[in-house]
Design a protein around this ligand. Structure first.
Ligand code: SAH
Length: 490
């Protein structure tokens, strides 16, 4: 560490004027926007420093420890004062109480995460070249994945979907980029990345040459960062229909209105595992979205697959996906017309359907239910239904640890019900994508659910996100997706 002051703290660390559109709407003029008003008070009470000094974040004594371990977030509670008159999105030097340089970080006056680290190197300029290097590095890592058989990403032509940039874990806090064929979907979740939005889009356009870069900066977490919601084309023209091919299965992706960036790439390997476990089983896929796990289970030779989701739009796409993969087009169109909540429609796959050869065509059945899973599981229990293989892939119940207790109740509830619906020897694949629930806690919740359901269960697989969602060792929060495949006793 050195106490040397940065040479030129602001100039090389600020994007060109063209990138600053958002900052004009976040001026600290004493008036709070609607979003700011909804922020926790502590997030708005940034300790004011010396306005005339060079812009910098000074930490309280002893609060540099997590940065020394290279954790990229600086929480407001660790900040002694903010010098200069920085705007949200500006890159500032972060210094310990003795004035030693710790990192360059993007400042956000409106967030409980006061700053997110771009670089640990004092001599590094945070400029367009910096972002080009980081993005090129992330892309090269993904190219290597495509050719690695162990990655589960498969060979070229079999998979056209990939998470190209995974935010903090790729050294680019707040930036997510997913590729679906020749469409890129970008999601910006921090003031720092927001500030460099145009530069980032230009670099992605140059390095990836996509037909379209679509922006889905409309997640709820933007409000916590004091950022407006955005959804629209950033570069190029959005193709009429966007599709991703995953392990040879075709999935339609609604990049404009679908969930997240349109598809859940993180479950790619776990979906492939499902295929190997489904043969001759009666499968229940809860929170099925656009039918990912269901299609794999059908291709893997499931006897039947009942899929449940609350979203009629997602189920309509699931229907198209089944049809597009030659698994019964006509029937599923009708299925989605029966969109009354809780109404199920069951359609056998026809003998003539062009399913993968390992599907038992005369017995495989797809049944779709638009319903709330919490209620549907209870109904299935009351009807005396049972299954050989149940998949639970709910949405994020706990975005942060503050929601962990409530989320734990939700996880326990659905897992307990699932254990009760499983036949002896049956399998449960259960997931949590909650950043606020650790793998350890998740396993404890599932153990509690099994105990209350009166079943013994073994863990047969510990699961996580696919390899294109790497986890930075110093940022365990990146390991948000965890899953277990359990086998219940006979
Ligand atoms: N397994 C999916 C992704 C699931 S995402 C895949 O592999 O693609 C979570 C899904 O849960 C979303 O489709 C959402 O519509 C659905 N959902 C959220 N709350 C729900 C509820 N209470 N009941 C049923 N579905 C719900």
């Amino acid at each position: 560490m050195t106490s040397q002051k940065p040479k030129s703290p602001s100039t090389p660390h600020r994007p060109a004027q063209g990138n600053r559109d958002f900052r004009n709407r976040t001026k600290r003029d004493g008036k709070q926007s609607g979003e700011q008003k909804n922020l926790p008070r502590s997030a708005l009470q940034q300790p004011a420093g010396n306005a005339a000094a060079q812009p910098a974040i000074l930490l309280k004594a002893g609060r540099e420890k997590s940065l020394l371990r290279r954790h990229p977030w600086i929480f407001s509670g660790a900040v002694e004062r903010v010098d200069g008159a920085p705007l949200s999105g500006d890159t500032l030097a972060v210094r310990d109480a003795a004035g030693n340089f710790l990192a360059w970080a993007a400042y956000n006056a409106s967030s409980q995460i006061t700053a997110r680290v771009w670089s640990w190197r004092e001599d590094e300029s945070i400029d367009a070249e910096f972002f080009r290097r980081r993005i090129a590095h992330a892309l090269a890592a993904r190219r290597a994945l495509l050719t690695s058989p162990a990655s589960g990403a498969g060979g070229e032509g079999v998979n056209t979907g990939m998470r190209l940039i995974h935010a903090e874990s790729d050294g680019l806090p707040g930036l997510i980029v997913d590729q679906y064929g020749d469409t890129l979907v970008i999601q910006i979740g921090s003031a720092g990345a927001e500030c460099w939005r145009d530069t980032l889009a230009d670099i992605l356009q140059q390095l990836c040459n996509p037909a379209c870069i679509y922006e889905r900066s409309d997640s709820d977490s933007r409000a916590l960062e004091g950022l407006e919601l955005r959804n629209g084309v950033l570069r190029g023209i959005l193709p009429e229909s966007v599709e991703v091919i995953e392990h040879g299965l075709r999935f339609k992706v609604d990049v404009a209105a679908g969930q997240k960036t349109g598809f859940y790439l993180d479950q790619r390997d776990n979906r492939a595992l499902t295929e190997t476990l489904a043969r001759d089983k009666d499968v229940l896929n809860c929170f099925c979205y656009t039918g990912g796990f269901s299609l794999y289970a059908l291709r893997g030779g499931a006897k039947s697959v009942l899929s449940i989701d609350a979203s009629g739009d997602a189920l309509r796409i699931a229907a198209q996906n089944l049809a597009n993969n030659g698994m019964d087009a006509a029937a599923l169109t009708r299925c989605c017309e029966a969109s009354g909540a809780g109404k199920a429609a069951s359609y056998p796959l026809p003998q003539s359907a062009g399913c993968a050869s390992n599907v038992s065509r005369d017995t495989a059945r797809a049944e779709w239910l638009e319903a709330d899973v919490f209620q549907a599981l209870r109904k299935l229990r009351d009807q005396g239904r049972s299954f050989d293989f149940i998949i639970l892939d709910p949405p994020k119940f706990a975005p942060t640890a503050a929601f962990a207790e409530k989320a734990a109740r939700g996880y326990k509830d659905i897992n307990l019900l699932a254990f009760k619906l499983l036949r002896p020897g049956g399998l449960l694949a259960t997931y949590s994508c909650s950043g606020g629930i650790s793998a350890d806690l998740f396993q404890k919740i599932i153990a509690g659910a099994a105990l209350d359901a009166g079943v013994d269960a073994q863990i047969v697989h510990h699961l996580h996100a696919s390899a294109d969602h790497p986890v930075l060792l110093s940022f365990p929060e990146g390991a948000y997706l965890k899953g277990l495949v359990l086998r219940v006793g006979l």
